[in-house]
Each structure stands twice: as structure tokens, then as C-alpha cells.
Ligand binder design. Structure first.
Ligand SMILES: Nc1c(C(=O)O)ncn1[C@@H]1O[C@H](COP(=O)(O)O)[C@@H](O)[C@H]1O
Length: 156
């Protein structure tokens, strides 16, 4: 993530990966504030054994695209909700990549962070039956939870 202030959003990605039993690391790396660290992180990610990168950033969110430009790993971008523009700036700056350097862009905020983790797990599950089983169980729990909510319960 681009800043420690993104953690309240990106924690949902980390928590979801933990729930699925997916080993992962969390780092603060900024294309703007720590460009050398960002280059180091992106260019060594694959050789360190990482398989997918989830990059969350807000505002002028260049981090996901810059990381994607320096690795062949799949990069999933999470637009963190900004105060000034409610995350529309983050979304537009992540989703509008030029053709040739893709970033798989998720929704703004918590839902995007959770879905980035689920999508990363789906990618890993192609070669990992344990993660596939964990995703199956996660979906089943979600289905049960929705089915059990009475229609007249107060909105969450
Ligand atoms: N968008 C980026 C990048 C980047 O794209 O490299 N680095 C930091 N930031 C964002 O700046 C916002 C405000 O950061 P601060 O709260 O630290 O001022 C955060 O949402 C962060 O992701």
C-alpha cells in the first residue's frame, strides 16, 4: 500500500487472505514518496517467490500501475477511498492504464480490498488445491450467512 493510512482498507485484504490460509506479506511502498523502494520491490517480487501483487493506493494512485510496469506478476489494484473525491480519483488513476500494462482493478474501498484477496486466491487456486478448497468453503459460508438473514432485520 502507498501509505500507512491505507491500512484500514487494505487490512481487509490481509484478513481475507489469512482466513483462506494464503501466506502473504504486507508492505508500505510508494511510487511517489519511496520510488527507489518501489522499484526494488517490483523488480524482485517474482524472484522472491511472490505470485500475485495486491497494490492499494489513494488519490493520484500510481503505485499499482508503476508496479505492474516492472513485473510480469498479476497486479490487482485497490482504489483506496480519498477524502477529496471519495476514491473516484483513486479508481480512475488505477483503472485507466494504457494498453499493454494491465492492472486488474477492483472496487473502491473495503469491498475492493476483500475482492482483491479473493481474486488473488482464485489465481493461486489454479495450482493449489488447498486454496481451492478454502475458497469453496468461504463461498459456502457466505451463502449460508445470506440465507440465514431474516428479511425484516435492520440493514447492516
Ligand atoms: N497514491 C499514493 C502513492 C503512490 O501511488 O505511489 N503513494 C502514496 N499514495 C497515497 O497517498 C494517500 C495519502 O497518504 P497519507 O495519508 O500518507 O498522506 C494514500 O491513500 C496513499 O495511498
Amino acid at each position: 500500500m502507498g501509505s500507512q493510512s491505507d491500512w484500514t482498507t487494505m487490512k481487509h485484504a490481509s484478513d481475507t487472505l489469512t482466513a483462506l490460509g494464503v501466506p502473504h506479506e504486507t508492505r508500505i511502498v510508494s511510487a511517489h514518496r519511496t520510488p527507489a523502494r518501489m522499484v526494488e520491490y517490483a523488480t524482485t517480487a517474482q524472484s522472491r517467490g511472490l505470485k500475485v501483487v495486491i497494490a492499494g493506493a489513494g488519490g493520484a494512485a500510481h503505485l499499482p500501475g508503476m508496479v505492474a510496469s516492472m513485473t510480469l506478476l498479476p497486479v490487482l489494484g485497490v482504489p483506496v477511498e480519498s477524502h477529496a473525491m471519495k476514491g473516484m480519483d483513486s479508481l480512475m488513476s488505477i483503472v485507466q492504464m494504457p494498453g499493454g500494462i494491465p492492472v486488474g482493478t477492483l472496487a473502491i474501498g473495503k469491498a475492493g480490498a476483500i475482492n482483491a484477496a479473493l481474486l488473488a486466491a482464485s489465481i493461486l487456486a489454479l495450482n493449489d488445491p488447498d486454496i481451492e478448497d478454502a475458497l469453496d468453503a468461504w463461498r459456502a459460508r457466505q451463502t449460508d450467512a445470506v440465507a440465514e438473514v431474516p428479511v425484516d432485520s435492520p440493514a447492516a
